[in-house]
Design a protein around this ligand. Structure first.
Ligand code: DQA
Length: 145
């Protein structure tokens, strides 16, 4: 099993950016721990981060992963192109957010990608990614039963 973890705009600045909201861990540290968690479960994880909408769309189109964990950053709230990209592929996508977007500014309450994702995990900090990994694994196992 192969899972792709995609991070969108500004998430390259994890650890530096608004640590009170996003914590002090860098993206590289988080990716290392996720890779390890995947390995212990027999899953290979690939990682991609871009601040550019088109690059995220191309990566989704080109993915042959069994599942995608996507933190689209602010694009979540307004990118119809990203939404269409997710809807265009068969790969199941889980939307993740570190912060509880529903408890923040009203523009963050809307996710235009949520309807085309299999689910949304928000508000658990770095654990949102680990919970998404767990959700994808459980989903795959359920389907094999
Ligand atoms: C975020 C929430 C978004 O609203 C914000 O624009 C981000 C990060 C999160 O992980 O909590 O960049 O996706």
């Amino acid at each position: 099993m192969n899972i792709l973890v995609i991070n969108g705009p500004n998430l390259n600045l994890l650890g530096i950016r608004e640590p009170q909201t996003y914590g002090s861990e860098t993206l590289a540290e988080l990716e290392r721990e996720l890779a390890l968690a995947g390995k212990t479960r027999g899953v290979e994880l690939d990682f991609f981060q871009s601040n550019l909408e088109g690059e995220l769309i191309d990566r989704i189109h080109g993915s042959d992963a069994d599942g995608i964990i996507l933190n689209a950053g602010a694009l979540t709230h307004y990118s119809y192109s990203l939404r269409d990209a997710i809807a265009s592929v068969q790969t199941p996508v889980i939307e993740v957010h570190m912060s509880n977007v529903h408890a923040r500014e009203t523009f963050r309450h809307v996710s235009v990608i949520a309807p085309v994702c299999i689910g949304q995990i928000a508000g658990f900090g770095r654990d949102s990614y680990f919970l998404a990994l767990e959700a994808l694994l459980r989903r795959t196992h359920d389907r094999q039963d």
